[in-house]
Design a protein around this ligand. Structure first.
Ligand code: NAD
Length: 364
């Protein structure tokens, strides 16, 4: 395995599956000082392929059978996925759920480590991963799974609460967007779905892949929106902290944006507009957005609303997973390097300065 060897040079990362997550991870890798994009693999020569080549990424076809359509449209190829896996130190697999598991055989055969995404079964990897909660679990691992957007959002919120106060029980309702903006075939168009209807939902067990001993029950809802997910969270703590202390504690987390009341951000649409105004690439919000006014503590019960930009929050986690696997940095260094390179800047402590708006773009 080349894990040990790769520490000595820029980590060469191949991105297999260049869709919503893959294109963002590629741009994030490109912005890191210790990583480079070897290339990206795609199935079809569409507008996304055009953008990949215009961005300067070497393009690989998913298989030999997929090469002809690219060649017919005059798009230059560097080879197939098999070549990309051979040429790369590590693969970030951002193909649709289930395809990653099939690809694992190829990665094993070519002795190339890989990072998988949240729709894969946890068994696809040696460990599931969230940088804030279990960075060291991915050290020297050959296969790592970055958990889903919802599980990432919950893990980032629960880790500091567990560290500071201890957690007795978590209850969360996840109001999920029906699809991403480019997924016009998804829905519902005009309905509000208990999803899944059976309670509790599968999201709690997924959080337990990060916090094995956590007591957590979740319920899922799907709504006709594409912007973000919205979580209503109740955590019964092992302590009875002051609400201001909790708000301050959360505001110190670099990937939690405690949205200040003075900004008058009343929903997910305004959050996304805030990100676009800040010049974020694709209007992405990598941070959890926790409304400051929603943070409440009643006895030992903590409550809040948080919004999660599903297309973006797992992107910095993929970068940190790569560093953890190859021993390129410890957790604090990696998170700081990733945040700085991407431009994660939406922060506000209760009496601190206003959020610094970033105009740095991580990609195009
Ligand atoms: P997507 O459909 O936007 O992108 C997947 C890409 O992989 C597509 O371009 C598809 O053509 C390509 N592809 C399919 N089969 C391939 C193959 N054999 N070889 C190479 N490319 C192939 O999907 P996505 O939304 O980016 O999701 C990818 C993974 O990320 C899933 O595990 C998903 O659960 C996870 N994820 C998605 C989101 C989200 O909101 N979209 C959030 C967090 C995690």
């Amino acid at each position: 395995m080349r894990v040990g060897d790769a520490v000595v040079h820029m980590l060469s990362v191949g991105v297999n599956g260049y869709g919503t997550i893959g294109k963002r991870v590629a741009d994030a890798v490109r912005s890191q000082p210790d990583m480079t994009v070897q290339g990206v693999a795609k199935r079809s020569p569409d507008f996304v392929a055009d953008h990949a080549t215009a961005t300067g990424y070497s393009l690989y076809a998913a298989s030999e059978g997929d090469m002809t359509p690219f060649e017919d449209t005059g798009i230059d190829l560097a080879g197939t996925t098999e070549d990309l896996v051979t040429d790369s130190d590590v693969i970030v697999d951002a193909t649709p759920g289930g395809v990653g598991e099939q690809n694992r055989t190829l990665y094993e055969r070519l002795e190339t480590p890989a990072v998988f995404q949240g729709a894969e079964a946890p068994t696809v990897a040696d460990t599931s991963f969230n940088a804030r909660a279990n960075y060291d679990a991915a050290r020297d691992a050959e296969f790592v799974r970055v958990v889903s957007c919802n599980t990432t959002g919950l893990s980032r919120l629960l880790a500091p609460l567990a560290d500071a106060y201890g957690i007795e029980k978590v209850r969360a309702t996840l109001i999920r967007r029906g699809g991403d903006p480019d997924q016009s075939s998804r829905g519902p168009i005009n309905d509000i779905l208990p999803d899944p209807i059976a309670v509790p939902s599968h999201h709690g067990p997924d959080v337990q892949t990060i916090f094995p001993d956590l007591s957590i029950e979740t319920m899922g809802v799907t709504v006709p929106a594409t912007l973000m997910h919205l979580h209503g969270v109740n955590v019964t703590l092992e302590a009875t902290p002051d609400v201001d202390a909790v708000r301050e504690r959360l505001a110190r987390e670099s990937r939690l944006f405690v949205v200040p009341e003075r900004l008058h951000i009343d929903g997910c649409g305004e959050l996304r507009e805030y990100a676009r105004d800040a010049g974020r690439p694709r209007g992405d919000i990598w941070e959890n957005c926790v409304w400051g006014e929603s943070i409440a503590v009643k006895g030992s019960d903590f409550y809040c609303f948080q919004a999660i930009h599903q297309e973006a929050d797992v992107v910095p986690e993929n970068i940190d997973a790569l560093r953890a696997m190859f021993g390129l940095a410890d957790v604090g260094e990696s998170i700081a390097r990733t945040n700085d390179s991407l431009g994660l800047s939406f922060r506000e402590t209760p009496d601190g300065p206003p959020p610094i708006l970033s105009t740095r773009a991580s990609g195009d």
